[in-house]
Design a protein around this ligand. Structure first.
Ligand SMILES: [Zn+2]
Length: 214
């Protein structure tokens, strides 16, 4: 914790000092983020660092594997859906991005696990079952390429399929589909390769394309 407290003091001396007026304005006028990002809890993928954002710019939801559940208003506890609801209906964000990443532990567990076997965890298996369609897609594509035994390759395909399925699940939220149809919100798929520090973006052909780093 000492390292974090030291970091807090650096933040006070640098970022906060430079942005103190911005913090005051955000506190009095409220937040108006440009983008809702649904990302993974993975400590190696920090959107504030990767996108070099200012305070108040991103409304952030992080969960295991950047999974988006389908719209299921059934009275259960849906943390991710609650954050999406607030970002969209409360803050009227004009952009929603799903940020997946390479070497995702949640996706690795999904790929290597037994989808129909008994759960081995209290919450994670049940949560990751939302992304089971991504696993199917990934293995089908890997088999067509004769690479179904290359698990790192299957994981990468699954990480990307999970983003596409997450975007489809976002569109099951009626107030997102309506806003998208009216052009009030744009949905984006992003993939961060932590090994090389490279960002990929889903293009109009539904394929991930490397973003020019400069
Ligand atoms: Zn992850």
């Amino acid at each position: 914790m000492d390292k974090l407290i030291d970091g807090y003091r650096r933040f006070r001396a640098t970022t906060y000092r430079t942005n103190s007026q911005l913090y005051e304005d955000l506190a009095t006028k409220g937040q108006k983020p440009s983008t809702l990002i649904i990302g993974c809890s993975d400590a190696r993928v920090d959107p504030a660092i990767n996108f070099d954002t200012a305070p108040g710019e991103v409304f952030m939801v992080r969960n295991v594997a950047a999974v988006v559940p389908p719209y299921t208003p059934d009275g259960d506890h849906h943390g991710t859906s609650a954050a999406i609801e607030f970002g969209v209906k409360g803050l009227n964000v004009p952009n929603i991005a799903i940020l997946g990443h390479a070497k995702c532990g949640g996706i690795k567990a999904l790929v290597e696990g037994e989808p129909d076997g008994p759960p081995k965890t209290d919450f994670i298996d049940s949560w990751m079952s939302i992304a089971a369609p991504a696993r199917k897609v990934a293995f089908a594509r890997a088999e067509s390429e004769n690479k179904a035994r290359d698990l790192p390759h299957v994981c990468r395909l699954c990480e990307m399929a999970n983003i596409r399925i997450g975007l489809a699940n976002l569109r099951t939220f009626p107030w997102i589909a309506e806003r998208e149809a009216r052009g009030e919100v744009v949905l984006h798929g992003l993939y961060f390769d932590i090994t090389k520090g490279e960002l990929f973006r889903l293009n109009e052909l539904n394929e991930f394309e490397k973003v020019a780093p400069e």
